[in-house]
Design a protein around this ligand. Sequence first.
Ligand code: F6R
Length: 621
Amino acid sequence: MCGIVGYVGGGAPGARAEGVVMGGLARLEYRGYDSAGIAVVTADDAAVAMRKKAGKLVNLAKELAERPIDHGTAAIGHTRWATHGAPTDANAHPHLAAGGRIAIIHNGIIENFSALRAELEAEGIEFLSETDTEATGHLLAREVETGASLAEAMRTITRRLEGAFTLLAVDAREPRTVVGARRNSPLVVGLGEGENFLGSDVVAFIEHTRTALELEQDEVVEITPEGVTITDRSGHVVEREPYTVDWDASAAQKGGFATFMEKEIHDQPEAVADTLRGRIDEHGKLHLDEGLVHEALLASVDKIIIVACGTASYAGLVGRYAIEHWCRIPVEVELAHEFRYRDPVVNVRTLVVAISQSGETMDTIMAVRHAQRQGAPVIAIVNAQGSTIAREADAVLYTRAGPEIAVASTKAFLAQITATFLLGIYLAELRGNKFPDEIEALLSQLDEIPAKIQRVIDTSEGIREVARSMADERTVLFLGRHVGFPVALEGALKLKELAYIHAEGFAAGELKHGPIALVEPGQPVFIVLPSPRGRESLHAKVISNVQEVRARGARTFVIAEEGDTEAANHAEQVFYVPNAPVLMTPLLQVVPLQIFALELAAAKGYDVDQPRNLAKSVTVE
Ligand code: F6R
């Protein structure tokens, strides 16, 4: 939440600062779009130049066009997802201190800000915003005014802060420096030639460099045109190896599609194929990407707990069916924010699997730490390279979905499901639950999935048409059973997020226990129909559920497998997806539901890439 960019580039033309930061903010806007702001330092001014505006980045761009800033050597920029204080101009970042000498931006929550504010106000400092951030600027000012360098001042003040933060600051007296610090919020450094970058995410600077390094907890970084210095909490210089980001700027662009979400839906065959690619060695053995959880330990775990939030948790729900079926290990799936507050029974024989696209979801980070404190090994299924969860977990299985920019998750979801399957296959092999030929069969079935997803996308006109006709609906229900249940949950979540329509996903069998009371004549109900080639009784039971809602006047829209001749008898319209092994069907069935939500939201004229009130990386608890 909140996007942060920093740039420093010394000499002539030295003119890139504003442009680089605005470009970075445009790519980070998915992290929050309540307001945006920029502060630029020029070599010869006593104060930084600042512009900030409530609303989307376009408002800031307009402001800059009307009131241009002189070209600068260093700049910081921020796009906000509001926590403390309404989304107004005054609460927008940056915040100034020391009479305009210092500017600071922040992502996170300073939990002890009230006490800090009271202390500073008692000294006569006047606050101009309601934010928790402004106090950090005044603390910094107090230090630099006693002669400390900006980096020294940052190290001093972060010791006093509680909560989560990424802070970037500039000082007009140090025009060739940007200083950053982080705790529980992300900050990545981009290494350039004669210029260096900071960002909440590598997309902030991917256009300029693919060489990056991560900051660890409680480190302070100082970037100048010539170099990068990282220091730990006590001020000792830390050496850090850079890495190369394995995708380039084109992956973070719309590629000819009208929206990122449309593009990312079209990226899904590749996201699944890339997640599968190269994971199996010449001996047929699966490999995790980073770190190691001892195989003997994995062979001996007696329970798996998957922790995740939102869409990622639904990927975990799908994974549960597969892992339990293939490995015969009990699997629980828990919302990360509930997990640690219920005193879960976790120990060294519990494998905790954290699923996260961003790798920065605070709820999931906290669940990982809680599990590790109880001695549990943690494997992360993460999309963002080098993110906090990837770094803190004991091993990582990266989903290779590429950058997901649209706020609502699509391709990451499919890649996450694929990764849980890989993990299940890996464990089944390790624990001797499957013969090598069975493993091979599963892998080749998975290999066929990307082409089938492509077919679903290519034949989506029918569902798009239905979506356009539903712009005035007030409620849509989604039913599913077995692996179709998480698909129903995801279908409902996508519709809520994008089209702001009330939507509920139910386990089809649960309907008669209460929710059926919601069904009125004309109520649209989407049903994810299990394959008739799976458990016959399951298909028949869901058909009965369809009939129950139809009998009460519902309009039924069914996602069914090609060749399911029964489906059409029970639906106003059927959307067919190709055959796949039962456990893999969610990878196909969810696609029409994503497209439905996208198209319906677009028909209502909503911004599908940046739905209201949301942000992509939920870095607060
Ligand atoms: C829904 C969505 C969210 C995320 C959730 C977890 O479209 O994107 O529900 O899935 O906030 O985010 P990550 O995967 O980054 O941990």
